[in-house]
Design a protein around this ligand. Structure first.
Ligand code: FE2
Ligand code: FE2
Length: 204
């Protein structure tokens, strides 16, 4: 890297105003690369992911997102469905919360809550096989987003392990990833705290 494009410090407390201006400019550039890095991580999940399933984690995300789109869901839901298991690569034991933190600055509060809690809600469909409580999700029964998460899991997540389902390719969803992850972070216009949209009533 060009030396003139580097800071003067080797410890943060010795940085100058100019140093931090430079970093601020470079940070904006870096943020604009987030959508590209999200897509690269999803692609990796097509090569290496949890084994034993009939499809890869990338295909599971594509299938979930395709179902969301077919149902007429908005872009926040579609991108959430696409990336809801993106945490499986680096944090398989905490993948739901990791995915939620990745998307949280850019989408409705409702949607990031659903991504965060989907692991607990999914236990409804298989927890009994491990002697886990399938109804653990009921501890959130009073949350306004509860039904959205129950529907997300019922209609898009737990349904999407079918190798014969005609799922759309990642290229199809790339512009949506660029739109959502290109938004201004933490903008209330997108976060919409407390708003419940729910899933579309349309089902395919
Ligand atoms: Fe998951
Ligand atoms: Fe999933």
């Amino acid at each position: 890297m060009n030396k003139s494009e580097q800071v003067s410090f080797i410890r943060m407390d010795e940085g100058t105003f100019e140093d931090y201006q430079l970093l601020h400019e470079k940070e904006a550039d870096y943020f604009s690369g987030t959508p590209k890095r999200i897509l690269a991580q999803l692609e990796l999940q097509g090569e290496e992911s949890l084994s034993g399933y009939q499809i890869s984690r990338l295909e599971h995300g594509l299938q979930s997102a395709t179902r969301a789109e077919h149902d007429g869901a908005d872009i926040d839901w579609i991108v959430a469905a696409l990336i809801h298991d993106i945490g499986d690569g680096l944090s398989p034991q905490n993948h739901d919360r990791m995915a939620a933190e990745i998307i949280r600055p850019f989408v409705r509060d409702e949607v990031s809550w659903v991504v965060e809690k989907h692991g607990i809600f999914q236990m409804k469909y298989y927890g009994h096989h491990y002697n886990w409580n399938p109804d653990q999700r009921d501890e959130f029964k009073d949350n306004p987003y509860w039904q959205s998460c129950a529907d997300f899991c019922e209609r898009w997540d737990q349904m999407s392990f079918d190798p014969d389902y005609p799922m759309k390719p990642l290229d199809h969803f790339a512009p949506m990833v660029f739109e959502v992850f290109g938004r201004k972070a933490w903008d209330e216009a997108h976060i919409k705290s407390g708003v419940v949209v729910g899933l579309p009533t349309n089902k395919h």
